[in-house]
Design a protein around this ligand. Structure first.
Ligand SMILES: *Cc1c(COP(=O)(O)O)cnc(C)c1O
Length: 403
């Protein structure tokens, strides 16, 4: 049975054209870009091409605004740590309650061990940022705001352009974790006030372990890693040439496929979502359906455990993801759904289906065929399910969209 991969927000398959572009840089063209001979020059040229391709995808005005890193996590850390060094007496950070751990865990640590004040702006039941709370948190002590462009679990898109303008009115820097947005949404940084932006290769059919931080011209960056003069001294160490070249190719492909993402991939997502809601009662979509990534569906099935659903889906050859981060063995539902106050009875049974350009109609059919029986079986075993009417356990404050 052909596997169905619907976990593209966790990672994507490296595009074969990306692999092909990378391979010569492991073999014949292995030079160090800094070397003064032909081996170095070959690599140097390819690195330039890669940088331009990434610049084009982001709408960055200058090529030196891109600093390569080991991925989204490093870029997020670099942006926030740098701002706390360069912003003088300002020592407060503003973020949201639904960020990726790459931001949230750093902020927790800064608060606990570095005396930094962190404001975590809440979201509403649809995952939308409380812009009034954000406005109130901004002030003369704000060093940096870090708010994601799009949420990895629900796909909810934040109005980062406006949020960046508000940050500047308060004299603060604005960083966005755009790991999920790059390649899925059109981005034109030169027409925004965004100061820094994080992206990651493996979320857009590029290699793992490579990413970038966009740093607007004129914004000071304090390096985390010091050494050689690579990346203009902002991130020392010999360039990971094959990975950078792969990321460049992935960026070029993402730009070419953007329209497909917005239309065909989105239609697949919508057909899956509507099909699930029609076939399965007591299910609803989480997140802001009007303002969402085209590839992401997060559907909550009440009164059952997401982990059990994933296990049975996996047995049917389908890969998806649950909202719950039960890394520590605790069965706490995801911090994102908790921040949205999705009732526990539903948050536990939330499943994220995330598409890519490699998915097709057959994938949607497979899930629609498998899911109704999986949910019915699990509910028949659930002590919470008995005698439930639609929406029975859903508290009044939370108002989901049922089919
Ligand atoms: C995956 C992801 C990251 C981490 O990126 P890595 O390259 O894996 O370090 C950060 N933020 C978001 C929103 C992500 O989805």
């Amino acid at each position: 049975m052909r596997p169905v991969y619907l976990d593209n927000n966790a990672t994507t398959r490296v595009d074969p054209a990306v692999v092909a572009e990378m391979l010569p840089f492991f073999t014949e063209q292995f030079g160090n870009a800094s070397s003064m001979h032909a081996f170095g020059a070959q690599v140097g040229g390819a690195l330039k091409t890669a940088r331009r391709r990434l610049q084009d995808l982001l709408g960055a005005e200058f090529d030196h605004e891109i600093v390569y890193t080991s991925g989204g996590t490093e870029s997020d850390n670099m942006a926030i740590l740098s701002a706390l060094e360069t912003q003088g007496a300002r020592n407060e950070v503003i973020t949201s309650t639904v960020e990726h751990p790459a931001v949230l865990a750093l902020c927790d640590w800064l608060e606990r061990h570095r005396g930094v004040t962190v404001h975590r702006i809440p979201v509403d039941a649809k995952g939308r940022l409380d812009v009034e709370a954000y406005r109130k948190a901004l002030g003369p002590k704000t060093a940096i705001v870090s708010i994601m462009w799009a949420n990895n679990e629900t796909g909810t898109v934040f109005p980062v352009e406006r949020l960046a303008e508000m940050a500047h009115e308060a004299g603060a820097l604005f960083h966005t974790d755009a790991v999920q947005a790059v390649g899925k949404l059109p981005i034109d940084l030169k027409s925004t006030e965004i100061d820094m932006l994080s992206l990651s290769g493996h979320k857009l059919h590029g290699p793992k372990g490579i990413g970038a931080l966009y740093v607007r011209k004129g914004v000071r960056l304090r390096p985390m890693i010091r050494g050689g003069h690579q990346e203009r001294g902002r991130r020392a160490g010999t360039e990971n040439a094959p990975a950078i070249i792969g990321l460049g190719k992935a960026a070029e492909l993402a730009r070419l496929h953007m329209a497909d993402e917005q239309t065909r991939v989105k239609a697949l997502r919508d057909r899956l979502e509507q099909g699930l809601l029609q076939r399965i009662g007591n299910s609803f979509v989480t997140g802001d359906v009007e303002n969402r990534l085209p590839n992401t569906a997060n559907v909550a099935f009440e009164f059952i455990e997401g982990e059990a659903i994933l296990l049975l889906l996996n047995r049917a050859g389908i890969a998806a993801s649950s909202g719950s981060a039960c890394t520590s063995g605790s069965l706490e539902p995801s911090h994102v759904l908790r921040a949205m106050k999705v009732p526990y009875t539903a948050a536990h049974g939330a499943i994220r289906f995330s598409f890519s350009r490699e998915n097709g109609d057959a994938d949607v059919d497979r899930v629609l065929d498998a899911m109704p029986a999986i949910i019915a079986d699990l509910r028949s075993l659930s002590p919470f399910w008995k005698d439930k009417r639609p929406g029975a356990a859903t508290d009044a404050a939370f108002n989901p969209t049922y089919a």
